[in-house]
Each structure stands twice: as structure tokens, then as C-alpha cells.
Design a binder for this molecule. Structure first.
Ligand code: F58
Length: 839
């Protein structure tokens, strides 16, 4: 469908070039408001101005997006496809403006049109297609892949409802659906890009006329996947990559006209709705798998559509199948896309007629698998009967994969029946279960963890037998990273500007190791003053937000102590709130003189609990009730405030993170695979209190032990400690018991409501070691109080930490994946003329 050669000149003459000046931006913005939106200057509110601005920038992105896609097609080199059920993108406008380098132009233009750019940016609804760290990591990776010019696509689901909106009512979490698609200028429906995806049915095996064995998956129902494309601009490059999200609808063949005609209209519509349900809602669990059929349907729907799309693109190159892994790398973000392994094998053997071994060789060379957790309850397992019903052919293939795998294991470990049952992809339970992580390992050429400790742990615990089978080289580490564009430049523009003024340019946003050039300023008086002023201004901004949302006035001079992340027992928000109560009791028992010596604090919490996670919801409830009591206690005044910020999400993180003095990363050692907000806080000049867990360990190594407040037991001791809780001479920490007494006496209201939090520790073995770590946690907080009093030293620590954070950019991380797992190269951005010359 190309335009004939001799007509291309006219085409090119009229193809849009994109605005670069303020006037051209204004013209585009006004044009969109008046024509696309049919509004006028008499009827233009901030939302309309946002829409006009977003559409103007969208047009700007599309130009480079089209060129990037053409360039990648013509370059004909290997691409990376990042499969993730979650992409927690947050807002797009600010990011787009910064990445194309036109935020100032837009700011001045909007000023002239009568709007403040901040108000316009705030109109945007977050794209919240993710739960937490895993989804946000995928978003940071997209930013890095585009910024580094890698030919990369993301594939995900276009949920109609993202992660729920959290409201707090009487201290309880209430979930509100997040319908976010009313106006979304950042997506392009591709009604011509569809894939029919099959479910249910049965498998027909027969010999054809030529005597060949044929396997065909027949009948069942068909659902259509429709592509929606989202442009992903790189920073300071014209590369704009693509994120393709699939939306489900009834397949046109499927819509039952017979039912229609027989008057069964309602049931025909019901079928349609059932199809649309597949992409309706993001599952809101963080680190928990529940094995729901609809979730499995989502997974297969998305894997099948994405693979079909990838294969369609590959086939256009007319290469041999054996070259597929030279053209295609697919990264599995956790086990959620593991069915893609089975689907590729199925297509190769059933549809393309390859022999099993040739096909399997292609499959394993194509896939890489990233593990994000060692928590047993988060490891995916699907029941065999469920798969049998929904995907009968896939179950057969899974059994065959397992058979061949176990045969190789048996050859290496003859007579070790135990070993065979331990590594089997099928768990012999009732019902039998498919262990998705094992399937992902067997079907990939590399498996990685997300921080050093985590990558070591998977090798010595959950996957240790696979290390014996494959040798250690199949397992590797890629420590997580974050994009400094969003998490420094966008969230903290003043700090970014100050850094740029010292370093001479914004080059550090592309090469974060350049931050080390800040080290000479660690003791520079003038610089420190500016540094501290920026932190203070960010705290004032957060204090205003707190006043507005919580009605509590907090002193921006107080130490802001922040823990924002999903609420989970392993992340130990309960340890934090018990620590707060301990502090409250201490204040209450002090004389006025003693109180005067104390450093004022604001304890800030934020995060969502999975709707079915009752313990997590109880933690939220306790935090809110403790806040209600403490915040109005006249004995306490400014010395302590407790704030729970509603509906923590990416755009709130952008306000909260730059305003923190201390943030808490206090998971039980060995449970948090990496953590990524720890990196964001330090990059914004906050110090951290943390356990020796996940990436905290590497952060400490990079920025120096003197700059981190570490506490608590080590991962290697956890097992013994847990054992000791049941079988040893064990008693709960007495200071913690006082906290429990206080709660039980009804100080924070209905004590029965919080009983479960206490008995988890006192009666049920304290699995997360809250009591074991309580003493060192509280003492470390005392140390923080002392350190904070010496502001001069504190600011030096802050600067020095930022200077040493270069390692934690997601650019480094993506380069590591590209070199050691994907084997792909960036695609240099060619001059436009060169691209033209080839078309
Ligand atoms: C997180 N996992 C890890 N899972 O907990 C965190 O340590 C790590 O930094 C991050 O991944 C990135 O590697 C996580 O966020 C989920 O939310 C899953 C969602 C789907 C169900 C299972 C949990």
C-alpha cells in the first residue's frame, strides 16, 4: 500500500514537520481546541487546554514515531519485545514535553493563552495499568529503550479499568473503579490491526492424505484482539518507540446472528460483553497469585495476539525460521507471559510444520525470563484441569516440554527420582498444577533476578535444582534501575537545574554516572544552601498537598519520614507504625524540657492494599487511627504528625519523593527482590533507613555505609530466627509489648480491630520478624533524630549520595539486558535524508 514513487515528492512536501516555536505551538493548540474539540475561547477550561496541548504534542510525537517505525523496518535488525501485563506509565504530557525538549515553549505559549502549565499538566489522568514496582519498572524500561535508540516494542493489555482509586473512609480503604479512557489522547486505535484468539475447543490428531501427522485445535470460541498503540518518546533523541496494548472484543464471526435473528438479542449482547471482559480490569494483587480463570484468559489472549503480531512482522522479512532468534528477542516480565513460550512452540510445530527439536531450539533462543519475587504465594501455578479446558492443545505441549526436559534431567541425574519430582513442571498435587516459573526457566536461554541478593537467592533457594541441571551460567543478575528523566528531571526540576548548572549541561540525564562530578561540591557552602532550599521548597509543596487532602497542617521544617509503596506484611508498614506508637509513648512520658530537645517529625504513609488482603487493610486502618489520635494530642503538637496519603500513584510519587528527608525500605531481609523507590528517594537527595535487602545493599555499596541508616537481621539468619520463634527460647521485645498494650487499651479506638496484627507477632510465629528487628529499628530512628539536628552534615550526605547514584539508571540496566540477554544493538538515528534515500 505504498504511494507510487513519482508521487512521493508531493506527499513529502505536505507531510507535517512539527512545531518548534512558541507561536507554532499556540497555533496547534488553539486549532485543536477549536476544531478537534469544537470549543472556543469563550468556553475553554483547563481540561480543554490540557486536551489541546496534549493533542499538539501528540501530533509532534507521531511525526517522529512514524519515522522511527520506518527506520526500524528498513534497518531490518534484531528487535526486543518486552512482554508485561503491567505498564505503570503515569502521566504522559509532562514527559513528552521534556523528552522532546519543548516544555519551555509550551510554558510560554500556555502563559500567553491564559493558563499555567502546572495546572494543565495536573489535568491528566494517570495511566495506571500496573500495581507497583513491576509495572513501573516496565515503564522505566520503555523510557530507557527509546532514549538509547533500541528498536523495542512493549506489548501489554489495554485495561478499561486500571488499578483502583483508593479512598479512605473512617480510616478504612475503599476501592473505586479507575475508568480512565474517557479522553486518552495518547493512544491510537488500530482497527485494522487485529488478531483472532481461540479458547476452549478440542484437539484433533489425524494422519492426512500424504501420511503426515496433523494436529489441529478445533472449535471453541474466538475473541478478537484490537491493537491500541501508544508512542514512547526517548529523551533527547528522535526515536519514538511503540507500546502496543491489546483490547478484546467479540470476534465478528462469533457474534451470533442466529441468536439475533431468533430474537435472542440479550444473549447475543451478553456474548459480546463476555469477550470484552477479558481486557476489562487489571488484577489488583501485588505479590499474590489467585489462579482465576479470567486471569489465565487475559494471559493467553495477550500472549497469542502479541506473538501473532511479532511473527507477522518477521514473516515480511522472508527469512528462514532458524533466523527468528536473530531477529526477535522476547523478554518475559515475570511468569505472566509464560504461555508465549508454549504458543510459539505450538505455531512452529502445528502450523509451520517444524520438527519438535528445531522448533524448541528457536523458542529457547528467543525468550528470556525475569523473576521478581521469591515469595511462595506470588509464584504462579495454574491448575491442569483449568488449562485443559481453556487451552487443550497447550496443555499437551506443556506435557511434552516437561517430558523431554525430564528425560534430559534423568540422563544427567540417573535414578534421582526426588530430583525429577522436584524440577517437574507439573506438580503432582490434587488437582495437578503447572509451575509457571519452571516452564519459563526451561523455555528461556537466560533467567535473571533484579538485584544481587535476589539473584543469589533464586539460585540457592527456589531454583537451586535448575542450577544443577543447567549450570550457573543460565542464571544472571540485572540490578533494577529507574529513569532519571521522570524521577529527577520531571519530578524535581529545580534540583535537576541546580545539578545542570554545576555540571555545565543536562548530559547527566543521559549518562547518570556524570553525577559523580558533584562530589567536589559536597562541602561547598553556597551549593549546599541552594540544595537545602530546594528540598525545603519541595517539602512546602508536599505540606500544602497534605493540608488540602488530609486537612492537617504539618511543619515543613520537621523531618519528613516517608514510606510509600504497596501495603504488604513483608514490606512491614506495621513495623513503622509500631515504631511511631513507640515514639508517641516516649513523647507522652517526657517532661516539657525533654520535649524541647526532640526533632519534630512527620510520618508519612501511602499505598494501596490488595482489596482481598485483609491484614494489609488492617494496617491502613491502624495507621489512620493512630494519626487521628496523635495529630490532635496537644502534648505532642508539632513533634509528631502521622499522615496517610490517599491513593498513592505515579503522579503523587512525583510530589512526595522529592520532599522526603528519610524514606523507609524496611522489608524483612530476603523478601524484597529489589525495590526501586529506594533509588528514586536517594536520587532526590533523601536519605534512607533500610534493611540489608534487595537493592538497598547495592545502594549502600555505591553511596557508602556512612550515608545509609541500616538496621535489622540479615537474610542468612532469617530461617534460623523463624525456627527459633517456635522451637527456641523466644519472647517478644518488651518495648513492642508496651506498644501492644497501648493498642489493646483502646487508645486508637476499637482494639479488637487490630488484634490480628498483634497476634501475628505474639501468637503466630512473627513470620516477618517484626519483633526481632524492633529494637534496632527504634535505635536507628534515634540515630536519625540526632543526625538530622546537624543539618550541615546531613546536607553533605545528601549531596554525596546523589553524586554516587549513577549506577541506578535504567539506561545501565537496559544496556546490560541488551548485551548479555537480548544481543541487540541500538539503531543509530539516521539523518532524515538517509532514511528517505532508502524508501
Ligand atoms: C516487584 N514485584 C518486587 N510484583 O516486589 C520489587 O522488589 C521489585 O523491585 C519490582 O518488582 C521490580 O523488579 C511486583 O511489583 C507485582 O506487583 C506482581 C503483579 C502481578 C501479580 C504478582 C505480583
Amino acid at each position: 500500500s505504498s504511494i507510487p514513487e513519482h508521487m512521493r515528492e508531493a506527499w513529502r512536501k505536505f507531510s507535517p514537520k512539527g512545531f518548534t516555536s512558541k507561536e507554532d505551538f499556540e497555533a496547534e493548540c488553539v486549532r485543536h481546541i477549536e476544531t478537534t474539540l469544537a470549543r472556543s475561547l469563550f468556553n475553554c477550561d483547563e481540561l480543554a487546554a490540557y486536551s489541546g496541548t496534549a493533542l499538539a504534542f501528540r501530533d509532534r510525537l507521531i511525526i517522529d514515531w512514524n519515522k522511527t517505525q520506518q527506520r526500524q523496518t528498513f534497518a531490518d535488525q534484531k528487535r526486543i519485545y518486552y512482554l508485561s501485563l503491567e505498564f505503570l506509565m503515569g502521566r504522559a504530557l509532562d514527559n513528552a514535553m521534556l523528552n522532546v525538549g519543548l516544555k519551555n515553549v509550551a510554558k510560554q505559549g500556555l502563559d500567553e493563552l491564559g493558563f499555567r502549565i502546572e495546572d494543565i499538566i495536573n489535568q491528566e489522568h494517570d495511566a495506571a495499568l500496573g500495581n507497583g514496582g513491576l509495572g513501573r519498572l516496565a515503564a522505566c524500561f520503555l523510557d530507557s529503550m527509546a532514549s538509547l535508540n533500541y528498536p523495542a516494542w512493549g506489548y501489554g493489555l489495554r485495561y478499561r479499568y486500571g488499578i483502583f482509586k483508593q479512598e479512605i473512609e473512617n480510616g478504612y480503604q475503599v476501592e473505586i473503579p479507575d475508568y480512565w479512557l474517557d479522553f486518552n489522547p495518547w493512544e491510537f486505535p488500530r482497527h485494522d490491526v487485529t488478531v483472532d484468539v481461540q479458547f476452549f475447543g478440542w484437539v484433533n490428531k489425524y494422519t492426512d492424505d500424504e501420511g503426515k501427522q496433523v494436529v489441529s485445535w478445533q472449535d471453541g470460541e474466538m475473541v478478537t484482539a484490537v491493537a491500541y498503540d501508544v508512542p514512547v518518546p526517548g529523551y533527547g533523541t528522535s526515536t519514538v518507540n511503540n507500546l502496543r496494548l491489546w483490547s478484546s472484543k467479540a470476534s465478528s464471526g462469533e457474534f451470533d446472528f442466529a441468536k439475533f435473528n431468533s430474537g435472542d438479542y440479550e444473549s447475543a449482547v451478553a456474548d459480546q460483553q463476555r469477550a470484552e471482559t477479558i481486557s476489562a480490569v487489571l488484577y489488583p494483587n501485588d505479590n499474590l497469585e489467585r489462579g482465576k480463570e479470567l486471569r489465565l484468559k487475559q494471559q493467553y489472549f495477550w500472549c497469542a495476539a502479541s506473538l501473532h503480531d511479532i511473527i507477522r512482522r518477521f514473516k515480511k522479512t522472508q527469512r528462514k525460521w532458524s533466523e527468528f532468534p536473530d531477529q526477535v528477542a522476547i523478554q518475559l516480565n515475570d511468569t505472566h507471559p509464560t504461555l508465549a513460550i508454549v504458543e510459539l512452540q505450538r505455531i512452529l510445530i502445528d502450523k509451520e510444520g517444524l520438527e519438535w527439536n528445531a522448533a524448541w531450539d528457536i523458542v529457547t533462543k528467543t525468550f528470556g525470563y525475569t523473576n521478581h519475587t521469591v515469595l511462595p504465594e506470588a509464584l504462579e501455578k495454574w491448575s491442569v484441569p483449568l488449562i485443559q479446558n481453556l487451552l487443550p492443545r497447550h496443555l499437551q505441549i506443556i506435557y511434552d516440554i516437561n517430558l523431554f526436559f525430564l528425560q534430559t534431567v534423568e540422563r544427567r541425574f540417573p535414578k534421582d527420582r526426588e530430583m525429577l519430582s522436584r524440577v517437574s513442571i507439573i506438580e503432582e498435587s490434587n488437582p495437578k498444577m503447572v509451575r509457571m516459573a519452571y516452564l519459563a526457566i526451561v523455555g528461556s536461554h537466560k533467567v535473571n533476578g533484579v538485584a544481587e541478593l535476589h539473584s543469589d537467592l533464586i539460585k540457592t533457594t527456589i531454583f537451586k535444582d535448575f542450577v544443577k541441571v543447567y549450570g550457573p551460567d543460565k542464571f544472571t543478575n540485572v540490578t533494577n534501575g529507574i529513569t532519571p528523566r521522570r524521577w529527577l528531571h520531571q519530578a524535581n526540576p529545580r534540583l535537576s537545574e541546580l545539578i545542570a548548572s554545576k555540571l555545565g549541561s543536562y548530559e547527566f540525564l543521559k549518562d547518570l554516572t556524570l553525577l559523580n562530578k558533584l562530589e567536589p561540591f559536597v562541602d561547598d557552602k553556597e551549593f549546599k544552601k541552594e540544595w537545602a532550599e530546594i528540598k525545603y521548597a519541595n517539602k512546602v509543596r508536599l505540606a500544602q498537598h497534605i493540608l488540602k487532602s488530609n486537612g492537617v497542617s504539618v511543619n515543613p521544617k520537621a523531618l519528613f519520614d516517608v514510606q510509600v509503596k504497596r501495603i504488604h506484611e513483608y514490606k512491614r508498614q506495621q513495623l513503622n507504625i509500631f515504631g511511631v506508637i513507640h515514639r508517641y509513648l516516649a513523647i507522652k512520658s517526657m517532661t516539657p524540657e525533654e520535649r524541647k530537645k526532640l526533632a519534630p517529625r512527620v510520618s508519612i504513609f501511602g499505598g494501596k492494599a490488595a482489596p482481598g488482603y485483609w491484614m494489609a487493610k488492617t494496617i491502613i486502618h491502624l495507621i489512620n487511627k493512630v494519626g487521628e489520635v496523635i495529630n490532635k494530642d496537644p502534648d505532642v503538637g508539632d513533634l509528631l504528625k502521622v499522615i496517610f496519603l490517599e491513593d498513592y500513584n505515579v503522579s503523587k510519587a512525583e510530589i512526595i519523593i522529592p520532599a522526603s528527608d528519610i524514606s523507609e525500605h524496611i522489608s524483612t531481609a530476603g523478601t524484597e527482590a529489589s525495590g526501586t523507590s529506594n533509588m528514586k528517594f536517594v536520587l532526590n537527595g533523601g536519605l534512607v533507613i533500610g534493611t540489608l535487602d534487595g537493592a538497598n545493599i547495592e545502594i549502600t555499596r555505591e553511596i557508602g555505609e556512612e550515608n545509609v541508616f541500616l538496621f535489622g537481621n540479615l537474610a542468612e539468619d532469617v530461617e534460623d530466627l523463624r525456627h527459633n520463634h517456635f522451637y527456641g527460647d523466644y519472647s517478644v521485645n518488651p518495648e513492642l509489648l508496651k506498644v501492644f498494650e497501648c493498642i489493646k487499651s483502646g487508645t486508637f479506638g476499637d482494639e479488637a480491630a487490630f488484634g490480628a496484627l498483634i497476634s501475628a507477632i505474639v501468637d503466630h510465629g512473627d513470620y516477618y520478624l517484626v519483633s526481632d528487628d524492633f529494637d534496632s529499628y527504634c535505635k536507628t530512628h534515634d540515630l536519625i533524630d540526632e543526625s538530622y539536628k546537624n543539618q550541615d552534615k546531613w546536607v553533605s550526605k545528601s549531596i554525596q549520595s546523589v553524586a554516587r547514584m549513577g549506577f541506578f539508571t535504567s539506561d545501565r540496566c537496559i544496556n546490560e539486558y541488551a548485551d548479555s540477554i537480548w544481543n541487540i544493538e541500538p539503531l543509530a538515528v539516521k539523518e532524515e535524508a538517509e532514511v528517505r534515500a532508502r524508501t
